[in-house]
Design a protein around this ligand. Structure first.
Ligand code: ADP
Ligand code: MG
Length: 391
C-alpha cells in the first residue's frame, strides 16, 4: 500500500487500484486524516470544548460518480471484494459492516436533499482502526468531501462534518459527538483545533512542538475499544441526568468556579463524578489554550496527567493498559500523559522533551512487556491538514 510513502504516490496507486477494480479511471482522489485529541474528552456531547489535532495518517478515496443509483464501495483493508448497494434502498441501522460508513454518508447527503445518484469508491486507510484515532470519521469525511466536489453540492466544511456525524449517529448507529468529523474537516498543519461544540466555532491554535524541542507521542495500546456495549451511551445518559439535576441544558453551562456548589446538588455519586469530569475537563481545555497562547507548551504536560486522573477516577473510562502508559511515561521523564478518545483501550498521548522521547518510548514498551501486555505501537504526532483533494 503506497499511502505510507507520501500522498503523491498514494494518489497514483489508489487511483490505479480503482481502475483495476472498476475498469475505468476515477474522477479524483481525496484524503481525510485521523485525529488525536489533545485535551477535552467526553465534552463534545455536553456542548463543551475539545482540542484535537489531525494526524499524518489518512483515509484516501478514489471516487467516480454514477448516475444509475448504484453505490459500489471497496476497501483495501477489508479484502472482501466490492460491496454493491442501491442508493434508494439505503436504510439506517441495517448493518452492511464497514460499508455502512461510506454508505451512511451517501444516505445522509440524500436525506438532506442532495442529488447523489451513485458512485464507485475505492478506499484505503493508514489510520489504525479502533485505536481511538478516529478511523471511522476519516472514512466518512473523505467520502463526504469527494461527493461534495463531484456532485457540485457546494457544502462547507462544517456542514460536511455534521452530515458525516449524522451518517455515524443515525445510519451506522454510533452516538458519537461531532469532534472527530470536525477535526477531519477543519484541522490545519501545525495547529491544534480549538472547537466549541456548542456552536461549532473553531480557532486554529499554533502548536509548534519542534520549535520548543518537544514531541507528542501517540501510544496505541492495541486494546480494541468496544463502545457498542453501552458504556459510552451510559456516560452520555449520566451527563444528561447531571444537567437535569442542575437545571441546565448541558454541563457546559456549569462554570468551573461553581463546581463545588454544583456537586453538592447532585445526589447520585456516579453522576457526580461525570459532572466533575466534564466541568474540570472543559476548564482544562481553557488552561491548555492559555498555555499555548503564551507559548508555554511544556506547561500542558501536567494538565494532560490531571485529565487522565479525571477520566480514570471520575468518568471511569480508562483501563489498565492506558493507566500503565501514563504512569510509565511520567516515571521515565515524560512531561505528562493521558488517554485520548473514548477510552476502554485505544490510545494515549504523551508529551515529552525531544531528547527524552526514546527513553520514554522504551520505558513504556518495557512496562508493557513486564505486565505481559502485547507491545504497543508508538509514533510521534505531526499536526497535519484536514480533508483535501490529492489527485
Ligand atoms: P475508531 O474510529 O476509533 O478507529 P470506530 O469503531 O469508530 O473506531 O471505527 C472503526 C470502524 O471503521 C471499523 O470497524 C470499520 O468498520 C471502519 N473502518 C475504519 N477503517 C477502515 C478501512 N480502512 N476500511 C474499511 N473500514 C474501515
Ligand atoms: Mg470512530
Amino acid at each position: 500500500m503506497g499511502v505510507r510513502e507520501g500522498e503523491g504516490g498514494a494518489g497514483v496507486s489508489v487511483a490505479g487500484r480503482f481502475t483495476e477494480l472498476y475498469g475505468y479511471a476515477p474522477e479524483g482522489v481525496w484524503a481525510a486524516p485521523g485525529r488525536v485529541n489533545l485535551i477535552g474528552e467526553y465534552t463534545d456531547f455536553n456542548d463543551g470544548f475539545v482540542m484535537p489535532l489531525a494526524l499524518a495518517h489518512t483515509a484516501v478515496a478514489a471516487v467516480a460518480r454514477r448516475t444509475d443509483g448504484v453505490l459500489r464501495v471497496h476497501s483495501a483493508e477489508m479484502g472482501r471484494g466490492v460491496v454493491e448497494l442501491a442508493v434508494e434502498e439505503l436504510v439506517p441501522r441495517r448493518g452492511s459492516g464497514w460499508a455502512a460508513y461510506p454508505a451512511g454518508v451517501v444516505w445522509a447527503l440524500r436525506d438532506a436533499g442532495h442529488p447523489v445518484t451513485g458512485a464507485d469508491v475505492h478506499l484505503t486507510s493508514t489510520v489504525p482502526t479502533g485505536a481511538g484515532l478516529s478511523s471511522s470519521a476519516a472514512l466518512e469525511v473523505v467520502t463526504a468531501l469527494a461527493l461534495n466536489e463531484l456532485f457540485g453540492l457546494g457544502l462547507g466544511r462544517e456542514r460536511l462534518a455534521l452530515l458525516a456525524q449524522r451518517a455515524e449517529n443515525a445510519f451506522v448507529g454510533v452516538p458519537c459527538g461531532v469532534m472527530d468529523q470536525m477535526a477531519a474537516t477543519c484541522c490545519t498543519e501545525g495547529h491544534a483545533l480549538l472547537l466549541d461544540t456548542r456552536d461549532l466555532t473553531v480557532r486554529q491554535v499554533p502548536f509548534d512542538l519542534a520549535a520548543q524541542g518537544l514531541r507528542l507521542l501517540v501510544v496505541d495500546t492495541r486494546v480494541k475499544h468496544a463502545l457498542g456495549d453501552g458504556a459510552y451511551a451510559r456516560r452520555r445518559a449520566g451527563c444528561e441526568a447531571g444537567a437535569r439535576a442542575l437545571g441546565v441544558r448541558t454541563l457546559r453551562e456549569v462554570p468551573h468556579a461553581q463546581l463545588r456548589d454544583a456537586l453538592s446538588r447532585v445526589d447520585d455519586a456516579t453522576v457526580r463524578g461525570y459532572v466533575r469530569h466534564v466541568v474540570t475537563d472543559n476548564h482544562r481545555v481553557g488552561r491548555t489554550l492559555a498555555l499555548l497562547d503564551a507559548g508555554v507548551l511544556r506547561g500542558v504536560g501536567p494538565v494532560l496527567t490531571e485529565g487522565h486522573a479525571s477520566l480514570r477516577d471520575d468518568l471511569r473510562v480508562s483501563c489498565a493498559e492506558l493507566d500503565l502508559v501514563v504512569s510509565a511515561a511520567n516515571a521515565a521523564g515524560g512531561l505528562g500523559a493521558r488517554m485520548t478518545g473514548a477510552g476502554f483501550g485505544g490510545s494515549a498521548v504523551v508529551l515529552v522533551e525531544q531528547e527524552a522521547a526514546e527513553a520514554v518510548t522504551e520505558a513504556v514498551e518495557e512496562a508493557f512487556a513486564a505486565a505481559g501486555h502485547p507491545a504497543p505501537v508508538i509514533f510521534p504526532v505531526v499536526p497535519s491538514d484536514g480533508a483535501r483533494r490529492i489527485g
